[in-house]
Design a binder for this molecule. Structure first.
Ligand SMILES: [Mg+2]
Length: 272
């Protein structure tokens, strides 16, 4: 489990030793003078509390201010790494536009002024129709068509999870759907049209300025974040998880509120 080796900074918002350790590690990493850092942040379940539906999330103003400040302080090397499409991220964090990867690596932008790059094609119409039909087959399943991926949220119908998983495995087992991938998340299944993941997305960022040559830190909470968390030790980076200690992570934040508090404190305490 988490190893509280570092004393948390005075005044840190922390409910447990593991959380104090995560805040302290973030702080120490940001203040490391030996090598500049690049900060990669998952969004839902990490920066933002998970809501009943993806459109119902709340983005606190102080979080945007902290992200803007840290983005500036890191010379632009701060990116959101999300399963949401980039348009959605821009809408949520407006007027802030950050470097970002959307669709679990399907789209990315290294700078707010740089054009969007797109790796994945959209799911085909027949597949989308099948997934829509699956969503309609049971009350409480919310569908979200993201173009290169399609999410089925069953938060409002938790009992539907196993049947939904079985139906999706059957669909993806059909020969014509061999190129599709199933990504399970928190009360959501996502079918994606590409093999990219958040680890590959972070590698792409680290290959170009202003991210290249920097020591990465990734914070994530979910199974879709695991490839990126597991990549950090290999790159001599730091991985912190949220809610539970995931493979590759060296400490854990209790919840998204603790992540926000640590980022707000880091931004406010050092950018003046
Ligand atoms: Mg997440």
């Amino acid at each position: 489990m988490s190893r509280p080796m570092v004393q948390g900074p005075a005044g840190a918002v922390s409910a447990s030793p593991g959380e104090a350790s995560a805040s302290a590690r973030l702080d120490a990493w940001l203040n490391d003078r030996r090598q500049a850092g690049a900060l990669f942040l998952d969004v839902d379940g990490t920066l933002l509390d998970i809501a009943e539906s993806p459109t119902a999330v709340c983005v606190p103003r102080e979080l945007c201010a902290a992200l803007e400040c840290l983005h500036r302080r890191l010379g632009g090397a701060l990116a959101l790494v999300s399963g949401r499409p980039l348009d959605d991220l821009d809408r949520l964090f407006a007027p802030l536009r950050l470097p970002a990867c959307g669709g679990h690596g399907a789209q990315w932008r290294v700078h707010a002024d740089k054009p969007l790059q797109q790796e994945a094609a959209a799911l085909t119409a027949p597949v989308r129709e099948r997934l829509q039909a699956l969503a309609r087959s049971q009350a409480g399943i919310l569908s979200e068509d993201k173009g290169s991926s399609f999410a089925l949220h069953y938060r409002a119908a938790p009992a539907a999870g196993p049947a939904l998983a079985a139906a999706l495995h059957a669909l993806l087992g059909e020969p014509e759907n061999a190129g599709l991938h199933l990504l399970p998340g928190k009360m959501v299944f996502e079918v994606i049209a590409h093999g990219s993941d958040k680890a590959q997305a972070i590698r792409r960022f680290l290959a170009v300025a202003p991210f290249a040559g920097r020591r990465p830190l990734f914070i994530g909470d979910d199974v879709t974040d695991e490839p990126a968390l597991a990549l950090m030790p290999e790159l001599h980076g730091l991985a912190l998880s949220v809610g539970r200690l995931l493979p590759g992570a060296s400490a854990v934040f209790a919840n998204p509120a603790a992540v926000r508090a640590a980022l707000v404190q880091a931004a406010g305490g050092t950018d003046r």
